[in-house]
Ligand binder design. Structure first.
Ligand SMILES: *Cc1c(COP(=O)(O)O)cnc(C)c1O
Length: 235
């Protein structure tokens, strides 16, 4: 089915607007936009939106729930150059399903999950890029490993043959200004690079805080509603 022209036009306008804001934030931080990957988070939206985004040139899509992700990736099917980023909390028993569709898993926050993702790799399959999710708060209920455990998690994951540690991922807590929360990113990134020197990716920044994330050195932005529009209600 051809994409409907009217919504695609609005989508294209929002995408262009966000990309212009990314370029501005990069310039303000003395960085090149080319070193920043903009992932469009399509959660709660139908597969048709992914196809519309793809037709607009978007190649990096993000999803945060395994069931929805698997179904959508299936429905969209293989598209040249499309990369799915899994960005949500993951259960170990869903590792196989996640691995079968994801190019990158941003949310590796414990050794057991890494082990399960590694075990899910079939022989000869490409290595899976993973990021270590770090909790930027002192509340252990939030997703992500603590800063204290980050180095040992990096060492563990680096030892798994089918995973490749690419860097860190973080979500800014709502109760602190984003620029303050993201101040810790360079140091957390350095912690991982002591173990895996080339693991330079920093996945941070959403609709509300991507400019602050760029200023703090983010290399991968996960942007949903600013591009997709408001998410449909979910029952
Ligand atoms: C939903 C989500 C995003 C995108 O959120 P927006 O505010 O819509 O940009 C980014 N990261 C994670 C982990 C998410 O779950």
């Amino acid at each position: 089915m051809p994409p409907s022209p009217e919504p695609t036009q609005a989508l294209a306008a929002r995408l262009a607007d966000v990309d212009a804001r990314i370029a501005d934030a990069a310039a303000a931080a003395g960085r090149r936009p080319a070193e920043i990957t903009r992932i469009v988070v399509t959660k709660f939206h139908p597969a048709a939106l992914v196809e519309d985004l793809y037709s607009l040139g978007v190649r990096d899509m993000g999803e945060n729930r395994q069931q929805e992700f698997s179904a959508k990736a299936d429905e969209v099917g293989p598209l040249e150059g499309l990369r799915w980023h899994f960005i949500g909390q993951a259960q170990t028993n869903k590792a196989r399903a996640i691995r079968s569709a994801a190019s990158v898993v941003h949310s590796v926050d414990r050794a057991r999950l890494a082990d399960a993702l590694d075990a899910a790799g079939s022989p000869g399959a490409p290595t899976l890029d993973v990021l270590l999710q770090v909790n930027l708060t002192d509340d252990p209920g939030r997703g992500g490993t603590t800063a204290d455990d980050l180095e040992s998690l990096a060492a563990h994951v680096a030892g798994l043959p089918t995973l490749r540690v690419r860097g860190i991922m973080a979500v800014a807590p709502l109760e602190v200004p984003a620029d303050r929360a993201f101040e810790r990113l360079p140091q957390l990134s350095a912690t991982v690079r002591r173990v895996v020197p080339e693991a330079s990716w920093i996945s941070a920044g959403m609709t509300a805080d991507f400019a602050e994330a760029i200023a703090a050195g983010a290399t991968h932005l996960r942007i949903g509603s600013a591009i997709t529009g408001p998410r449909p209600e979910r029952g």
